[in-house]
Design a protein around this ligand. Sequence first.
Ligand code: SAH
Ligand code: SF4
Ligand code: F3S
Length: 488
Amino acid sequence: MGRVRKSMCGKTDFNLVGPEGEPPFGEPERQYYFMEKCRRWTDAFEKNNGRRPTANVTTFGCQMNARDSEKLAGVLQNAGYLLTEEENADFVIFNTCTVRDNANQRVYGRLGELNGYKRRNPKMKIALCGCMMQEPEVIEKLKKSYGFVDLIFGTHNLYKFAELLWTALVSERMVIDIWKETDRIVEELPVKRKYPFKSGINIMFGCDNFCSYCIVPYVRGRERSREPKEILREIEKLAADGVVEVMLLGQNVNSYGKNLDNPLTFAQLLKEVERVPGIQRIRFMTSHPKDLSDELIQTMKASKKICRHLHLPLQSGSDRILRQMNRRYTRDQYLELVRRIRREIPDIAITTDLIVGFPGETPEDLEQTIDMVRRVGYDNAFTFIYSKRTGTPAAAMENQVPKEQVQEGFDRLLKTVQETAAEQAAKLKGRVLDALIEEVNESSPGFVTGRLSNNRIVHVPGDASLVGKILDVSLEECHGFYYTGRLT
Ligand code: SAH
Ligand code: SF4
Ligand code: F3S
């Protein structure tokens, strides 16, 4: 390619000096080539401006998006940007979520603010990526009303970020690159972790479950598992870099490995992860109740490292609604599963996700959900008001429930969840358990915040030197969702 002196729209940009030669075709080499090009661009920026350019990554949505954002940050740092929490940066990227409409509305609102910054700093570049970008209507709207956005890409080509970043730097127009699908998994790209001592790890991508309300299978594509040796290599590297806790991530980890050339169960993968020296705690998200095996329960029971926490989304307690949701279990099957889990692992914390206001939901259906919350005795639950997602089967169902009708039931459900959560938490009072100290408590100086194996939070007196350590704490007082205590 030689020296790059023309931007895509034909304007000459004298900052641009690329590495010699053509970009390689193989990945990830190709991305490292573009990172190097961007690095030369940011070096030139520093020469001209007396400072390095800044970059901000803002994440919406789930743990998987958070992990993707660490990859975006890794590329930006490698490309020579100074990462900042400030949204008024030279390069800003929003990694978006579209699971519920309010996530989308927040993105549009924040974009308005970014436009204000860009007016004052016209060289600022604004990028959007993630799940929301996989929806064609969103792209149309952005093209029509948000012309100040510089770069748009989706979930399937995130690995190409370095190349896209370069294209955006040398282009004056909106660059859009959205793929419908991919079966590709690119390994070995740089990552900038948020925490030095714990990390998420993707073990699979996409989802094949097609719950009728959910947009994730449409925006994240078909289920694909990573090769176990790649996962283990990544975890070994993390352990060598000081990570003590890993969270294995997938939309439905219980179906991990089914489609690999050499199939492997999730429980088998967990056993391999358990063997990695240095890793002291293993978490995972999310488990679909229909696929949770006895092998997994036994593996958890026998493990010294797998945390005593299971996030087991129920969604609804009504069999009729569960069927309409295409969840493929009944309330009795779910209760039986919970019984089996509790029998084998009595100290386990179970949390869940619940949706209120699914099409056709009656007050009786909601009562069934509230009843399930009491029966299971959840340690915590994320409660959501149903949000209609274009293109999903539920969006086409008749009898959508008006939002006003939902609020009262939602509040009642929330209250029940708070009650069971407080009851479960209170059971641990007086115990001594190990906690991973995660951060200095910002609101009460002299305190640090730790996380128990069962995912509960405990505040104990301490300082920054404890962060990243797993220490025994006595749980003295329970305050609903969290504890206060002290180191033993
Ligand atoms: N794969 C995970 C969930 C991913 S989405 C699982 O199956 O458990 C996280 C949660 O968002 C879901 O569990 C569900 O409770 C909620 N959710 C998904 N689509 C929704 C919608 N259209 N309206 C409201 N909540 C929704
Ligand atoms: Fe959505 Fe269901 Fe897949 Fe979870 S399992 S991501 S709720 S379709
Ligand atoms: Fe949202 Fe995408 Fe996660 S839609 S919940 S960020 S997979």
